[in-house]
Design a protein around this ligand. Structure first.
Ligand code: ADP
Ligand code: MG
Length: 288
């Protein structure tokens, strides 16, 4: 069990996190929020790389403030910008991280390295230097190293950036499997990334936790407010009060999906909301 207690972070004058309280149990937990919301700040603090201004995080009752060394061994972390040494190979990086996580037995470390490289589909590149890797391949090395040492909590900061659709799918399957026996905290600003893998999500905006809910509860925020249909070209401007989620020219008309409290135009049909609709309804401000 992970417990975030009254956590705040101020960079000079700027308050990046304001009194965050959150509990995370086993499974995949999604951290959503626009850029600048404070996701990376929260994750850096949880991974003990940075100290909070106030508050604490307890990982299996161990405090990040009082026991950072012990906590570090329980955590795997993929930073948003995974900078790697260009001369190193995936095996060397995983070996290094394994030692840091306390996997002192060489044979055991080797087994883990082989396993995680396989999980991210990099077995054939195990001994290639990272300078020859694409961004997506480096990202996969980053994901593999985050799982070394069998951590209780795996923190992945925007792991899907740079991955192609096939790799995203592989990551989703990997997380579903791993989420059965550990906590995985995953941040993203792309809602569809977490729609199919997370059960619980927290939404951060400007350093504040504005929602801590299940995926279905977030969807419900847009219930009865999502409309779709054809509007005459030029009419879209009249919908300024509402949020246009999507629009596409189809001959003389525009096919639009709109977030609105009431039927926004003649012929509009009400739809079941997606998670993204719920998220936009929560953030939008125009629809409460
Ligand atoms: P997110 O990951 O959600 O995009 P961040 O945690 O990176 O958000 O940033 C939260 C806020 O804190 C932003 O306004 C950002 O500009 C600011 N910030 C982040 N890191 C620093 C830093 N090292 N020094 C000063 N301000 C920072
Ligand atoms: Mg970030």
């Amino acid at each position: 069990m992970i417990e975030i207690r009254n956590l705040s972070k101020t960079y000079k004058q700027h308050q990046a996190l304001s009194s965050i309280n959150l509990r995370i149990s086993t499974g995949i937990f999604g951290l959503l929020g626009p850029n600048g919301a404070g996701k990376s700040t929260l994750m850096r603090i949880m991974s003990t790389l940075m100290k909070p201004t106030e508050g604490d995080v307890l990982i299996d009752s161990l405090s990040i403030n009082k026991n950072p060394e012990k906590v570090r061994k329980l955590i795997g972390y993929l930073p948003q910008h995974f900078h790697v040494y260009p001369q190193m190979t995936p095996l060397e990086i995983l070996d290094y991280v394994g030692v840091m996580k306390g996997v002192t037995n060489k044979k055991e470390r080797r087994e883990q390295m082989v396993h995680w490289l396989q999980e991210v589909n990099l077995t054939s590149k195990a001994n290639d230097k990272l300078k020859t890797f694409s961004h997506g391949m480096k990202q996969r090395v980053g994901i593999a190293q985050a799982f070394m040492g069998n951590p209780k909590l795996v923190i992945l900061d925007e792991p899907t950036v740079g991955l192609d659709p096939e790799e995203r799918l592989r990551l989703r399957n990997l997380l579903s499997k791993e989420g059965l026996n550990k906590s995985i905290l995953l941040s993203t600003h792309v809602v569809t990334d977490i729609e199919s893998s997370c059960y619980e999500i927290a939404v951060l905006r400007k350093g504040e936790l504005i929602m801590d809910a299940t995926v279905d509860q977030l969807k419900e925020r847009a219930c009865g407010k999502v409309w779709e249909g054809d509007v005459p070209a030029g009419y879209l401007d009249n919908l300024a009060e509402d949020t246009i989620l999507y629009s596409e020219h189809r001959g003389n008309t525009i096919h639009a999906r709109v977030l609105a409290e009431e039927k926004p135009f003649y012929g509009a049909k009400m739809l079941e909301p997606s998670l993204e609709d719920g998220y936009l309804a929560l953030l939008g401000g125009t629809v409460s």
